[in-house]
Design a protein around this ligand. Structure first.
Ligand SMILES: [Zn+2]
Length: 316
């Protein structure tokens, strides 16, 4: 073999190695609307997919306005994921996916909704992730969708989903034990908006809120006078010790309510958004645990001195 032939053979091999590298499938990309949905997707796909979340921690899904960068991210998506039941105000995630011609998975599909009646209209309460049993449904829906796209790794997705569903079951049992410290007549959860309906159903609480199922109500003219009056009445008649603000919502309304009724703000609860990276609420399990601990510390113990808003409230 001449030197030229050897060189040609080596170059040829190099070419074919390059070609093999170039043929490697690109990493699958999931684009998710909310921080909770993105966490559930990550739990199922691990490092095999790139997971992009449109909302940053602390952003409000009801009022979010999409950007050109969101459209660019969705254009790269293999599969899009939304919560559904109009949590994403005006269905912004569905519109992003449809405009880009991308398939979208709606995590609440197949769940039994809590139905809210508001001003003569009924709506499915979209905050379904607040029940760990519902969260397991999100995870199974996500698992089936990714198995459909990438069946080669089905067993990996299934075992990851199974392991996480076990964690959700443990979370539920832990929450039941912790919340048992709160007397039945104190199980009243007063927050900005109707986000905690499923939590209240699972753990025997009653939710009383000045704002309805969407925070858009707050922006479009504030809480209704009827709802405001009901909150004030409930605080006074039931002797409610603490009311709570939510991480993704301006705390002003609840601070005013606290002043008006003479109770304290018992802390900040994660509602429509999880916390920032490295905070206790950066994962779904973490945000649920933080909420339970804050609710217990706000409502369980007979206060001997006026309580103050918790100093270690999660960042907004
Ligand atoms: Zn909400």
């Amino acid at each position: 073999m001449t030197l030229l032939a050897v060189l040609a053979a080596l170059l040829g091999r190099a070419d074919s190695a390059d070609a093999a590298w170039a043929r490697q499938p690109e990493r699958l990309v999931a684009v998710c609307s909310t921080t909770q949905v993105a966490d559930f997707v990550r739990q199922v796909v691990g490092d095999r997919w790139e997971v992009v979340c449109v909302l940053a921690p602390g952003q409000d899904p009801h009022t979010y306005q999409t950007t050109t960068d969101d459209a660019r991210q969705v254009a790269r998506a293999t599969l899009c994921f939304e919560n559904g039941w109009h949590l994403e105000g005006a269905d912004w995630m569905r519109k992003l996916a449809e405009n880009a011609g991308k398939p979208i998975v709606t995590c609440v599909d197949g769940l039994e909704p809590l139905v809210i009646e508001e001003e003569g209209r009924t709506t499915n309460d979209p905050h379904a992730w607040f029940s760990p049993a519902n969260a397991a449904h999100y995870v199974r829906t996500i698992r089936d969708a990714v198995v459909g796209i990438d069946p080669e790794h089905a067993s990996e997705y299934r075992s990851r989903a199974d392991a996480y569903v076990l964690q959700l079951g443990a979370l539920h049992q832990w929450a039941l034990r912790e919340l048992a410290d709160i007397a039945p007549d104190q199980r009243i959860l007063i927050t900005n908006h109707d986000a905690f309906g499923y939590f209240c159903r699972d753990y025997g609480f009653r939710a009383v809120t000045p704002v309805g199922w969407s925070t858009k109500d707050e922006i479009g003219g504030g809480a209704s006078i009827d709802r405001h009056d009901e909150v004030v009445r409930t605080v006074r008649s039931a002797g409610v010790r603490s009311i709570f603000v939510e991480t993704s919502i301006n705390p002003r309304m609840m601070q005013q309510l606290a002043e008006e009724t003479g109770v304290v703000v018992g802390g900040t609860l994660y509602s429509d958004s999880m916390g920032a990276a490295d905070s206790a609420g950066e994962s779904y399990v973490g945000m649920m645990r933080e909420n339970v601990l804050r609710i217990v510390s706000g409502l369980a113990i007979e206060p001997t001195a006026p309580r103050r808003a918790s100093a270690d409230a999660p960042e907004r």
